[in-house]
Design a protein around this ligand. Structure first.
Ligand code: DXP
Ligand SMILES: NCC(=O)COP(=O)(O)O
Length: 244
Protein backbone atom coordinates (compact mmCIF):
# COMPACT_ATOMS: atom_id res chain seq x y z
CA UNK A 1 0.00 0.00 0.00
CA UNK A 2 1.15 3.51 -0.80
CA UNK A 3 2.43 5.07 2.45
CA UNK A 4 1.69 8.62 3.58
CA UNK A 5 4.41 10.47 5.46
CA UNK A 6 3.10 13.63 7.10
CA UNK A 7 5.59 16.50 7.22
CA UNK A 8 5.05 18.60 10.35
CA UNK A 9 7.59 21.38 9.64
CA UNK A 10 5.00 24.06 9.29
CA UNK A 11 3.38 23.35 12.62
CA UNK A 12 6.72 24.60 13.93
CA UNK A 13 6.59 27.57 11.53
CA UNK A 14 3.36 28.75 13.21
CA UNK A 15 4.77 28.12 16.68
CA UNK A 16 7.94 30.05 15.88
CA UNK A 17 5.97 33.03 14.57
CA UNK A 18 5.11 33.91 18.18
CA UNK A 19 7.83 32.18 20.18
CA UNK A 20 5.10 30.32 22.08
CA UNK A 21 5.17 26.58 22.88
CA UNK A 22 2.16 25.96 20.60
CA UNK A 23 1.22 24.41 18.29
CA UNK A 24 3.42 21.49 19.33
CA UNK A 25 4.87 19.46 16.41
CA UNK A 26 4.93 16.24 18.47
CA UNK A 27 1.23 16.62 19.25
CA UNK A 28 0.59 17.10 15.52
CA UNK A 29 2.64 13.98 14.76
CA UNK A 30 0.65 11.90 17.24
CA UNK A 31 -2.58 13.22 15.77
CA UNK A 32 -1.28 12.39 12.28
CA UNK A 33 -0.66 8.84 13.40
CA UNK A 34 -4.21 8.55 14.72
CA UNK A 35 -5.49 9.91 11.38
CA UNK A 36 -3.70 7.19 9.43
CA UNK A 37 -0.22 8.53 8.63
CA UNK A 38 2.39 5.84 8.07
CA UNK A 39 5.37 8.01 8.98
CA UNK A 40 6.40 11.48 10.07
CA UNK A 41 8.80 13.74 8.19
CA UNK A 42 10.66 16.64 9.79
CA UNK A 43 13.28 18.86 8.16
CA UNK A 44 15.85 20.32 10.54
CA UNK A 45 17.06 23.23 8.46
CA UNK A 46 20.49 24.67 9.13
CA UNK A 47 18.87 28.01 10.01
CA UNK A 48 16.27 26.29 12.31
CA UNK A 49 13.48 28.37 10.75
CA UNK A 50 10.86 25.77 11.72
CA UNK A 51 11.84 22.44 13.30
CA UNK A 52 14.30 22.82 16.19
CA UNK A 53 16.81 20.44 17.74
CA UNK A 54 14.44 20.07 20.70
CA UNK A 55 11.65 19.03 18.30
CA UNK A 56 13.83 16.23 16.94
CA UNK A 57 14.63 15.11 20.51
CA UNK A 58 10.89 15.09 21.32
CA UNK A 59 9.93 13.27 18.12
CA UNK A 60 12.55 10.58 18.67
CA UNK A 61 11.39 10.09 22.25
CA UNK A 62 7.64 10.31 21.69
CA UNK A 63 6.89 8.84 18.26
CA UNK A 64 5.97 5.28 17.50
CA UNK A 65 5.82 5.93 13.75
CA UNK A 66 9.08 5.92 11.78
CA UNK A 67 10.75 9.33 11.50
CA UNK A 68 12.05 10.47 8.12
CA UNK A 69 14.66 13.05 9.15
CA UNK A 70 15.36 15.56 6.38
CA UNK A 71 18.65 17.42 6.50
CA UNK A 72 21.39 19.03 4.44
CA UNK A 73 24.62 17.13 3.85
CA UNK A 74 26.64 18.97 6.48
CA UNK A 75 28.90 17.62 9.24
CA UNK A 76 26.62 19.13 11.90
CA UNK A 77 23.54 17.33 10.54
CA UNK A 78 25.41 14.07 10.13
CA UNK A 79 26.38 14.18 13.82
CA UNK A 80 22.77 14.85 14.84
CA UNK A 81 21.50 11.97 12.68
CA UNK A 82 24.12 9.60 14.06
CA UNK A 83 23.15 10.55 17.61
CA UNK A 84 19.45 9.86 17.00
CA UNK A 85 19.60 7.09 14.36
CA UNK A 86 16.14 7.80 12.91
CA UNK A 87 14.45 5.23 10.67
CA UNK A 88 15.33 7.24 7.56
CA UNK A 89 17.59 10.15 6.71
CA UNK A 90 16.63 12.12 3.61
CA UNK A 91 19.42 14.31 2.27
CA UNK A 92 18.02 17.54 0.89
CA UNK A 93 19.78 20.43 -0.90
CA UNK A 94 19.54 23.62 1.13
CA UNK A 95 20.16 27.23 0.27
CA UNK A 96 20.07 29.53 3.26
CA UNK A 97 18.21 32.26 1.33
CA UNK A 98 15.58 30.06 -0.36
CA UNK A 99 11.93 30.16 0.69
CA UNK A 100 11.60 26.39 0.25
CA UNK A 101 13.57 23.49 -1.22
CA UNK A 102 13.96 24.65 -4.80
CA UNK A 103 15.40 21.65 -6.56
CA UNK A 104 16.91 18.25 -6.16
CA UNK A 105 20.29 17.23 -4.89
CA UNK A 106 23.12 17.12 -7.46
CA UNK A 107 24.11 13.53 -6.78
CA UNK A 108 25.78 13.05 -10.18
CA UNK A 109 28.05 16.04 -9.63
CA UNK A 110 29.00 15.12 -6.06
CA UNK A 111 28.90 11.35 -6.14
CA UNK A 112 32.16 10.62 -4.32
CA UNK A 113 31.55 13.15 -1.55
CA UNK A 114 27.96 11.98 -1.06
CA UNK A 115 28.96 8.30 -1.04
CA UNK A 116 31.44 9.06 1.76
CA UNK A 117 28.87 11.21 3.56
CA UNK A 118 26.12 8.58 3.60
CA UNK A 119 28.38 5.64 4.50
CA UNK A 120 28.28 6.19 8.30
CA UNK A 121 24.52 6.79 8.16
CA UNK A 122 24.02 3.48 6.36
CA UNK A 123 26.30 1.75 8.87
CA UNK A 124 24.23 3.23 11.70
CA UNK A 125 21.15 1.49 10.25
CA UNK A 126 19.38 4.53 8.76
CA UNK A 127 17.65 4.14 5.41
CA UNK A 128 19.33 6.79 3.30
CA UNK A 129 17.06 8.67 0.93
CA UNK A 130 18.17 11.31 -1.59
CA UNK A 131 15.80 14.13 -2.53
CA UNK A 132 16.36 14.52 -6.26
CA UNK A 133 14.80 15.62 -9.53
CA UNK A 134 13.66 13.09 -12.12
CA UNK A 135 16.75 13.41 -14.34
CA UNK A 136 18.10 9.96 -15.28
CA UNK A 137 21.72 10.88 -14.43
CA UNK A 138 20.69 11.84 -10.88
CA UNK A 139 18.73 8.60 -10.45
CA UNK A 140 21.57 6.43 -11.79
CA UNK A 141 24.10 8.20 -9.55
CA UNK A 142 21.83 7.68 -6.51
CA UNK A 143 21.75 3.94 -7.17
CA UNK A 144 25.51 3.85 -7.78
CA UNK A 145 26.42 5.44 -4.45
CA UNK A 146 24.24 3.03 -2.46
CA UNK A 147 21.17 5.03 -1.47
CA UNK A 148 18.21 2.88 -0.46
CA UNK A 149 15.60 5.41 -1.51
CA UNK A 150 15.14 8.36 -3.84
CA UNK A 151 12.45 10.93 -3.19
CA UNK A 152 11.42 12.63 -6.44
CA UNK A 153 10.76 16.39 -6.14
CA UNK A 154 7.18 17.10 -7.21
CA UNK A 155 7.40 20.87 -6.67
CA UNK A 156 7.65 21.86 -10.35
CA UNK A 157 4.69 19.63 -11.27
CA UNK A 158 2.59 21.24 -8.51
CA UNK A 159 3.63 24.80 -9.38
CA UNK A 160 2.76 24.27 -13.05
CA UNK A 161 -0.65 22.96 -12.01
CA UNK A 162 -1.29 25.99 -9.78
CA UNK A 163 -0.24 28.32 -12.61
CA UNK A 164 -2.62 26.59 -15.04
CA UNK A 165 0.25 25.61 -17.38
CA UNK A 166 -1.28 22.23 -18.11
CA UNK A 167 0.80 21.10 -21.09
CA UNK A 168 4.03 21.73 -19.15
CA UNK A 169 2.54 20.10 -16.05
CA UNK A 170 1.70 16.99 -18.03
CA UNK A 171 5.23 16.86 -19.48
CA UNK A 172 6.64 17.12 -15.94
CA UNK A 173 4.30 14.33 -14.82
CA UNK A 174 5.53 12.12 -17.68
CA UNK A 175 9.12 12.79 -16.62
CA UNK A 176 8.26 11.86 -13.02
CA UNK A 177 6.64 8.64 -14.26
CA UNK A 178 9.75 7.77 -16.28
CA UNK A 179 12.01 8.66 -13.36
CA UNK A 180 10.04 6.46 -10.98
CA UNK A 181 10.20 3.52 -13.41
CA UNK A 182 13.96 3.96 -13.91
CA UNK A 183 14.66 4.26 -10.17
CA UNK A 184 12.58 1.18 -9.41
CA UNK A 185 14.34 -0.80 -12.15
CA UNK A 186 17.67 0.05 -10.48
CA UNK A 187 16.49 -1.36 -7.15
CA UNK A 188 15.75 1.98 -5.46
CA UNK A 189 12.65 2.46 -3.32
CA UNK A 190 10.81 5.43 -4.80
CA UNK A 191 9.20 8.21 -2.79
CA UNK A 192 7.81 11.54 -3.97
CA UNK A 193 6.87 14.82 -2.41
CA UNK A 194 6.89 18.61 -2.23
CA UNK A 195 3.97 20.91 -2.76
CA UNK A 196 1.36 18.15 -3.18
CA UNK A 197 -2.28 19.13 -2.66
CA UNK A 198 -5.70 17.48 -2.87
CA UNK A 199 -5.78 18.46 -6.57
CA UNK A 200 -2.29 17.25 -7.52
CA UNK A 201 -1.87 14.11 -5.42
CA UNK A 202 -3.92 11.72 -7.60
CA UNK A 203 -1.68 11.40 -10.66
CA UNK A 204 1.42 11.04 -8.47
CA UNK A 205 -0.24 8.45 -6.22
CA UNK A 206 -1.20 6.50 -9.36
CA UNK A 207 2.46 5.99 -10.37
CA UNK A 208 2.81 2.30 -9.51
CA UNK A 209 6.51 2.34 -8.53
CA UNK A 210 6.03 4.99 -5.84
CA UNK A 211 5.94 3.53 -2.33
CA UNK A 212 5.59 6.68 -0.21
CA UNK A 213 4.44 10.28 -0.49
CA UNK A 214 5.62 12.96 1.93
CA UNK A 215 3.19 15.83 2.28
CA UNK A 216 3.27 18.76 4.68
CA UNK A 217 2.65 22.38 3.82
CA UNK A 218 -0.76 21.86 2.20
CA UNK A 219 -1.99 19.57 4.98
CA UNK A 220 -1.04 22.08 7.68
CA UNK A 221 -2.63 24.88 5.62
CA UNK A 222 -5.84 22.95 5.07
CA UNK A 223 -6.02 22.02 8.75
CA UNK A 224 -6.98 25.65 9.45
CA UNK A 225 -10.28 24.91 7.69
CA UNK A 226 -10.94 21.21 8.25
CA UNK A 227 -8.68 20.19 11.11
CA UNK A 228 -5.47 18.19 10.77
CA UNK A 229 -7.30 14.92 11.23
CA UNK A 230 -9.77 15.77 8.47
CA UNK A 231 -7.08 17.01 6.08
CA UNK A 232 -4.98 13.86 6.52
CA UNK A 233 -7.98 11.57 6.12
CA UNK A 234 -9.04 13.38 2.94
CA UNK A 235 -5.49 13.14 1.52
CA UNK A 236 -5.36 9.45 2.40
CA UNK A 237 -8.73 8.89 0.66
CA UNK A 238 -7.48 10.63 -2.50
CA UNK A 239 -4.32 8.53 -2.50
CA UNK A 240 -6.34 5.34 -2.07
CA UNK A 241 -8.74 6.34 -4.85
CA UNK A 242 -5.79 6.79 -7.21
CA UNK A 243 -4.19 3.47 -6.15
CA UNK A 244 -7.08 1.07 -5.54
C1 DXP B 1 12.51 18.64 1.39
C2 DXP B 1 11.13 19.09 1.32
O1 DXP B 1 10.56 19.15 0.28
C3 DXP B 1 10.41 19.52 2.54
O2 DXP B 1 10.93 19.10 3.72
C4 DXP B 1 10.36 20.95 2.56
O3 DXP B 1 11.68 21.36 2.44
C5 DXP B 1 9.69 21.47 3.81
O4 DXP B 1 10.40 22.46 4.36
P1 DXP B 1 10.49 23.92 3.69
O5 DXP B 1 9.09 24.37 3.41
O6 DXP B 1 11.24 24.71 4.68
O7 DXP B 1 11.26 23.79 2.41
N1 LIG C 1 9.91 15.95 1.17
C1 LIG C 1 8.72 16.64 0.90
C2 LIG C 1 7.98 16.88 2.15
O1 LIG C 1 8.34 16.37 3.19
C3 LIG C 1 6.77 17.71 2.16
O2 LIG C 1 6.87 18.84 1.37
P1 LIG C 1 5.68 19.90 1.44
O3 LIG C 1 4.38 19.15 1.23
O4 LIG C 1 5.73 20.56 2.78
O5 LIG C 1 5.96 20.83 0.30
Amino acid sequence: MLRLGVNIDHVATIRNARGSPWPDPLRAALLAEAAGADGITAHLREDRRHISDADIDALMAGLTLPLNFEMAATPEMQAIALRHRPHAVCIVPEKREERTTEGGLDVAGNADALAAYIAPLREAGCRVSLFIGHQPDQIRASARIGAAVVELHTGAYCDLDTEGRHAERDAELDALREGAALAHSLGLEVHAGHGLTFDTVGPIAAIPQIAELNIGHFLISESVFMGLDGAIREMRARMDAARP
